[in-house]
Every structure is written in structure tokens, then in C-alpha cells.
Design a binder for this molecule. Structure first.
Ligand SMILES: Nc1ncnc2c1ncn2[C@@H]1O[C@H](COP(=O)(O)OP(=O)(O)O)[C@@H](O)[C@H]1O
Ligand SMILES: [Mg+2]
Length: 195
């Protein structure tokens, strides 16, 4: 499942979803993401997400669209376990995100909007840190890092400092980072590199 989300200034708040299925062969019975009356209220009673319900099948490309302030980032933050909802439920591959955030984190890959890799480290070092943060088993770390670098065609630059990378290579490294824990779900934000 790939989840894309980006600002759509011509949409209104009722128009936040767009989806299409791209891989019929892999669709399984468990829903990839299931949100039910999900609500997030920040301090000062800012209702960022108001009883939103949606479901994303496995094998589906799902776009979360809406104008600035519609609640897209807050919704993604709840899915990737960075913030909790005030009410409603949220499941990723059948796992309750609020009750078992660690399990969900192990299953997710996420590429954020702005560059998140540390440019003072090498690609290998970035992936090593990330694999530790995402609970990759010590015995499997090196193999997974090697596979992710190979998949993104960065093996030959694994030991270069990231500050010497081009913008596109940094983006590829971020995808490698999101793949290093072999996520079942893979979410990424659209940026100028993807447009
Ligand atoms: N950490 C926060 N604390 C308080 N209000 C927030 C916070 N993050 C976002 N908001 C508010 O929540 C609303 C939704 O924001 P956000 O989820 O970033 O929307 P979008 O990503 O669709 O532009 C906005 O009114 C925003 O100001
Ligand atoms: Mg946003």
C-alpha cells in the first residue's frame, strides 16, 4: 500500500480522498488502514481532525488531499504513531495503532516531506541508526541495509557523507531508510522531487 498526501488548494474539506487500486494480485483480506471517527483536538480546542473515517486496502494507492490546515499531516502523524487521537479508532493491518504503537512502527515505512537524513553521516550510518530506531534485529541489520542500498542503487556510495549527495540521491536514501525495516505499509509524502 502506498499512501500519498499533499495539499490541494482547490479542494474543500469534504474532498480529502482520492484512491485507485494498482495491484489486484496482492490484495488480501486485512485492510491496510482503517480509520473510524478519528478525531484530534489540539490545545486551545483546535479541532485538526474531526471524526474522519476511511479505509485503505492493501495494494491500493491512496491520496489524502485537502487545503492547508485540513488535517492531513495530523492524520499521517496518528497513523505513524507520532500523535494520539482524542477519540475514534485507527488500525494498521488489523493492529490497533493506539494500543500497540511499537508493532505498527515496525510495519511502517515513512518518507517525510523535508530531508530527514543526517548529512554529516554516511548513507550506511544513517541506515544503521534508523534500523536501530525501528527495532530491526541486530543479526539482520547489515543484510537489510545492504539490500535497501542496493534496491535504491546507492551501494557504491554507501560510505560517502550524505552532504556530498545530490538532492535526488538524498531522496533515494530516504526511501532506502523507509524500506530498511521491510515495511508492510509504505507511506510517502509528495515533494518537489516527486512532482
Ligand atoms: N502541534 C500542533 N498544535 C496545535 N495545533 C496544531 C498542531 N499541528 C497542527 N495544528 C493545527 O491543526 C490544524 C490541521 O493542521 P495540519 O494537520 O498540519 O493540516 P494540513 O497538513 O492538512 O495542512 C491546523 O489548524 C493547524 O494549525
Ligand atoms: Mg501538512
Amino acid at each position: 500500500m502506498i499512501l500519498l498526501y499533499y495539499t490541494c488548494n482547490t479542494c474543500d474539506n469534504n474532498d480529502v480522498f482520492m484512491n485507485s487500486t494498482f495491484d489486484d494480485h496482492n490484495i488480501q483480506e486485512i485492510t491496510a488502514i482503517e480509520a473510524d471517527h478519528l478525531t484530534k483536538v489540539y490545545r486551545d480546542n483546535i479541532r485538526a481532525v474531526d471524526e474522519i473515517s476511511f479505509s485503505v486496502k492493501q495494494g491500493e494507492i491512496f491520496g489524502l488531499l485537502g487545503p492547508n490546515g485540513a488535517g492531513k499531516t495530523t492524520t499521517i502523524k496518528m497513523i505513524i504513531t507520532l500523535t494520539k487521537a482524542n477519540s475514534g479508532t485507527l488500525h494498521v493491518l488489523g493492529v490497533d495503532v493506539f494500543k500497540s504503537p511499537e508493532t505498527v512502527r515496525e510495519m511502517l515505512g515513512y518518507v517525510p516531506q523535508s530531508i530527514s537524513v543526517d548529512t554529516d553521516l554516511t548513507a550506511y550510518e544513517n541506515l544503521l541508526i534508523f534500523s536501530k530506531l525501528s527495532y530491526v534485529n541486530k543479526m539482520e541489520r547489515n543484510e537489510r541495509i545492504r539490500d535497501a542500498l542496493e534496491y535504491m542503487d546507492l551501494s557504491s556510495r554507501a560510505n560517502d557523507l550524505v552532504k556530498r549527495y545530490s538532492g535526488g540521491m538524498m531522496r533515494r536514501l530516504e526511501i532506502a531508510q523507509a524500506l530498511v525495516n521491510r515495511p508492510k505499509d509504505f507511506a510517502f509524502r509528495r515533494t518537489k522531487y516527486w512532482s
